[in-house]
Design a protein. Structure first.
Ligand code: NDP
Length: 409
């Protein structure tokens, strides 16, 4: 009997629960736990056709003792962490203490420092290995599918990958002047941080959102501004593929989003250090989060598509080769299926499929793993049926630069 415990009850969790419930032959028992029990109950109330009751529980995932008690009660085979990156280490610790496999979709961040890296989670390698447990890190879309795509590109198309560019486009419109498509606090911390890219063994820093190009996206999405950001999968991919000479991550932003973000930064609303307000300590960014639309509420009003993919240039049989591999996802189709917009959907679907591959043994190991360390084929064979089909093209131009607008792809 396969049991999963899903922790966190936000936008991504909604998709994970729906997708697990669509496969009762794999996920035979599902428990959903989070800080706010009513949010778990609301997600479960929308699940149709799952043959057994989905249990809900309250837990503060910052507390290892509460997590241990919950895990001992539920006795899951796998814990899927879709709470916030702040909880990664406490949840991993609870999994180690109780002997349960772990997976997440975002790497650990300390609440007081807007900086993320894999070091604290990779440091648990030996403990997971000795316990005979698997911890799978970053199994959403980016990180997650982008890691699988890179592994797939290497396995099937390249003897050597020289340059990899990850391009994340959200061409959706929710109609608000300013809102974030996933947790506002995590999103704004990520976007307002310095950019960084990898070149020949070094990391090169850029000012936030200071490097911009225009990329012509497929399927009538068309040309969009893309901005260079730092993103966590670059850390693991450059480690696991040392042949990569240059790696960058790009994300689209609309002008309204950027103008609002600039104003909010300028007036101090994106700060993460507590300030004293009327005798009470508040964190400006957490206060801002309370004012912004809940990402989970954007589903019904978001129209348009996302397009996330990788562009690789390298060599195959001593000849230069370029390769673009991507997924297109439609916000409204996601909403009709699971009641969530495409940013939550593209994160939750890979998490649920990754969970299936762990539970069925298609992906197995002892220790702390990133997604690219597993065989990409079982994932690529199934992800289309799970809702995220992929397409590949072999562009005529030698590098990503040549493909930038007004070039063609
Ligand atoms: P939400 O803010 O919508 O949901 C987070 C959930 O975690 C909420 O239900 C929240 O509870 C719960 N939570 C927060 N703190 C605790 C705690 N101490 N104990 C228990 N539960 C807690 O976020 P999203 O669903 O948008 O994102 C979920 C995760 O997915 C994040 O880690 C995010 O970084 C990651 N992500 C990954 C992507 C990828 O492609 N890899 C893309 C997008 C997101 P409450 O409701 O009470 O606040």
């Amino acid at each position: 009997m396969n049991r999963v415990l899903i922790v966190g009850a936000g936008g991504v969790s909604r998709v994970v629960v729906h997708k697990c419930a669509q496969h009762p032959e794999i996920f035979e028992e599902i428990t959903l736990a989070s800080r706010t029990l009513s949010k778990c109950d609301a997600i479960v109330a929308d699940i149709k056709n799952y043959p057994r009751p989905i249990k809900t529980e309250q837990v503060d995932a910052d507390r290892v003792d509460q997590l241990v008690a919950l895990i001992e009660k539920v006795r899951p085979d796998l814990l899927i962490n879709v709470a916030l990156p702040y909880q990664d280490l406490t949840i991993m610790e609870a999994c180690l203490q109780t002997g349960v496999h772990y997976m997440d979709t975002a790497n650990y961040e300390h609440p007081d420092e807007a900086k993320f890296c894999y070091a604290p989670q990779w440091a648990l390698q030996k403990r997971f290995e000795e316990a005979g447990l698997l911890a799978l890190l970053g199994c959403g879309f980016d990180p997650g599918v982008t890691n699988v795509y890179t592994a797939y590109a290497k396995k099937h198309h390249f003897d050597k990958m020289n340059r990899v560019d990850i391009i994340d486009c959200n061409a959706g419109d929710h109609g608000y002047p300013f809102a974030t498509n996933f947790n506002p606090e995590i999103n704004i911390r990520e976007v307002s941080a310095k950019g960084r890219f990898y070149k020949q063994g070094s990391w090169i820093e850029t000012d936030p959102l200071s490097v911009k190009h225009v990329f012509d996206f497929p399927h009538s999405i068309g040309p969009k501004d893309i901005y260079l950001l730092y993103h966590e999968e670059m850390e693991s991919l450059t480690k696991h593929y040392p042949e990569i000479q240059q790696m960058r991550f790009w994300m689209t932003f609309g002008q309204s989003y950027l103008t609002h973000l600039k104003v909010l930064e300028n007036v101090g609303m994106t700060g993460i250090k507590p300030i004293l307000f009327e005798g009470k300590e508040i964190v400006p960014l957490q206060f801002l989060k309370r004012l912004l639309p809940d990402p989970a509420s954007l589903g019904p009003r978001t129209v348009g598509k996302t397009c996330i993919g990788i562009w690789v240039s390298g060599e195959k049989e001593n000849r230069p080769k370029s390769y673009y591999l991507f997924n297109i996802c439609d916000h409204q189709e996601c909403y009709r299926e699971v009641g969530a917009q495409a940013v939550s959907y593209t994160t939750g679907v890979p998490a649920a499929l990754g969970a299936k591959l762990i539970l069925t043994g298609a992906w197995s190991g002892k220790g702390v793993y990133n997604v690219e360390q597993f065989d990409p084929d079982p994932f690529m064979n199934e992800i289309g049926d799970w809702g995220l089909p992929w397409e590949e093209t072999f562009p005529n131009c030698p590098t990503f630069e040549d493909a930038l607008y007004p070039g063609t792809i």
